[in-house]
Design a protein around this ligand. Structure first.
Ligand code: G6P
Ligand code: ZN
Length: 543
């Protein structure tokens, strides 16, 4: 095997964002673009010599080509072994699990998560550390620095490795182990949940629809839900991964999973519905005519955790990202456990999970997970819900009603203004930032501002500080709003406005969230002048 040293130049803009480097697929396909970034990962982590790496992706367009490049580059950099999913497929949580159980030096995940794929879509590359989690800021900073001085990369000259069947191959000295992407993950799920109880639920006639959105969870869901748990064939829809995700947008929310929502809100729909995203770490939960917000979902999981075998001893603590509603805080208060508030991005949960301070974590962006891996985990959340429903023998709607009666309800909505002019969006944020200190005590939309600040996070484990994580304003009546710019978009700026209000009156727990939140929505407009600054009449997406 010949190793070639290729001369290159630093490429601008290779700064990992909230979740790795995400760009247009075409950008990744430009000469040297992928190679420069992969070399910078290797350099940023101190080289690959004699190390074992995990490799897989969500199956999107260019996944197969990129995987071959990573294999050749890993061989050229002296890696001992790469464990790769069959056909270069691994869901993000399955990759996290493999890194952990194989004690690998890390993993490379080829995915742009829920962003559309295909030649006109997006592609991404993410590095996960030996704990199985997304690289924290200190490592992504080193990778970014390496991109800025990348003037050469190493690549082995070889044929493509056949990844179509489990087995073992050699690339020069390096071993390539091709594994079934589902097996280890399914075994872990079987250890966590009461599969017998869920099997009995399905055997009793319980019906479900799981929308894999033409993305990576198809094979996992077929194997676990239908083959292992006995859900009827046809429970899993869109279950064959497609490089362009059926030309859809593999993001599990009521907008992009509309067909599933329509079925769940029809009179003869199934008992339970769920969906997952491109790389399998996000989830959507919906009962019969009962959509569950991600913020409520993590609160319900925490409140009922002891029904699940793996968590029957109780939770060490819980954590949520700052913009996620405070429904979880209410559960933690009652359980007498800590509830941590972290910046947006799953990587911020890593230290809390590693240190045993948190067991379950959740984000408003449809992410829920626990200390079983170091990524959020879509199918895990779905199985958690099934386990709870199997134990409680109740419907999703009734479970939510009972939850709100016990803990109160945090009405919640997120308004997104997409592809806004970047300067206008930054202007809105910086203007509001400048006025934060003067807001407490003033009125907005009939509510009184109680506190206002820009969120900064002091990690209690490694004592690092992360600043500039969103503007948060709390108002009278348990209301709160958060303004932040998305860190995952690839075009213009996306302004996210997160709106929340707590309600404990037992007669007011069944309102439409947009109506229940009308005063908070009005206050946000009054405080930030959103319409004028974005030039939009209203949000592009409301979830
Ligand atoms: C990714 C991360 C999540 C994060 C989300 C936020 O999905 O994995 O942890 O919550 O991005 O995205 P945003 O577009 O709001 O920055
Ligand atoms: Zn994802």
């Amino acid at each position: 095997m010949e190793i070639i040293t290729v001369d290159t130049r630093p490429i601008d803009g290779q700064k990992p964002g909230t979740s790795g480097l995400r760009k247009k697929t075409r950008t990744f396909m430009e000469p040297h673009y992928l190679e420069n970034f992969v070399q910078s990962i290797f350099d940023g982590i101190g080289g690959l010599k004699d190390k074992t790496l995990v490799l897989g992706g969500d199956g999107r367009y260019f996944n197969d080509r990129a995987a071959q490049v990573v294999l050749r580059m890993a061989a050229a950099s002296g890696a001992a072994k790469v464990i790769v999913g069959q056909n270069a497929i691994l869901s993000t949580p399955a990759a996290s699990n493999l890194i952990r159980i194989r004690e690998a030096a890390g993993g490379i995940i080829l995915s742009a998560s829920h962003n559309p794929g295909g030649p006109g879509g997006d592609f991404g590359v993410k590095f996960n550390t030996p704990n199985g989690g997304p690289a924290p800021e200190n490592i992504t900073a080193k990778i970014h620095m390496a991109t800025q001085s990348c003037i050469r990369y190493f690549i082995a000259e070889s044929q493509d490795i056949d990844l179509s069947a489990p087995g073992s191959a050699k690339l020069g000295e390096m071993e390539v182990e091709i594994v079934d992407p589902v097996a280890d993950y399914a075994a872990m799920m079987e250890r966590i949940f009461d599969f017998d109880a869920i099997r009995a639920l399905f055997a009793g006639g319980f019906t479900m629809r799981f929308d894999a959105m033409h993305a990576v969870t198809g094979p996992y869901a077929h194997a676990i839900l239908e083959d292992m748990l006995g859900a009827a064939k046809g429970t899993v829809i869109n279950g064959t991964p497609d490089p362009s995700f059926g030309d859809g947008h593999p993001d599990p929310n009521p907008i992009w999973a509309k067909a599933l929502m329509d079925e769940m809100y029809s009179d003869d729909g199934p008992d339970f519905g769920a969906a997952s995203d491109g790389d399998g770490d996000r989830n959507m939960i919906v009962g019969k005519k009962a959509y569950v917000t991600p913020s409520d979902s993590v609160a319900v999981l925490a409140a009922n955790a002891t029904l699940v075998p793996a968590y029957k001893g109780g939770l060490k603590g819980v954590a949520r990202s700052m913009p996620t509603s405070r429904a979880l805080d209410r559960v933690a208060l009652r359980l007498g456990i800590d509830c941590y508030e972290t910046p947006t991005g799953w990587k911020f949960f890593g230290n809390l999970l590693d240190a045993g301070r948190a067991t379950i974590c959740g984000e408003e962006s449809a992410g829920t997970g626990s200390d079983h891996v170091r990524e959020k985990d879509g199918l895990w959340a779905v199985l958690f819900w099934l386990n709870i429903l199997a134990e409680k023998k109740t419907s999703v709607a009734d479970l939510m009603t009972a939850h709100w009666q016990t803990y109160g309800r945090n009405y919640y909505t997120r308004h997104d203004y997409e592809d806004v002019d970047a300067k206008a969006a930054e202007g809105l944020i910086s203007d509001l930032r400048g006025r934060l200190a003067s807001l407490p005590g003033t009125e907005a939309g009939g509510l009184t501002v109680e506190a206002a600040d820009e969120f900064a996070y002091d990690d209690p484990v490694d004592k690092s500080r992360t600043e500039g994580q969103g503007l948060r304003i709390t108002l009278s009546g348990g209301a709160r709003m958060v303004f932040r710019l998305s860190g995952t978009g690839t075009a213009g700026a996306t302004l996210r406005v997160y709106l929340e209000r707590a309600e404990t009156d037992p007669d007011k727990l069944d309102l439409d969230p947009q109506e229940a939140l009308a005063p908070v929505i009005a206050a946000a407009e009054a405080l930030a002048d959103i319409k004028a600054r974005t030039g939009r009449d209203g949000p592009d997406v409301t979830t």
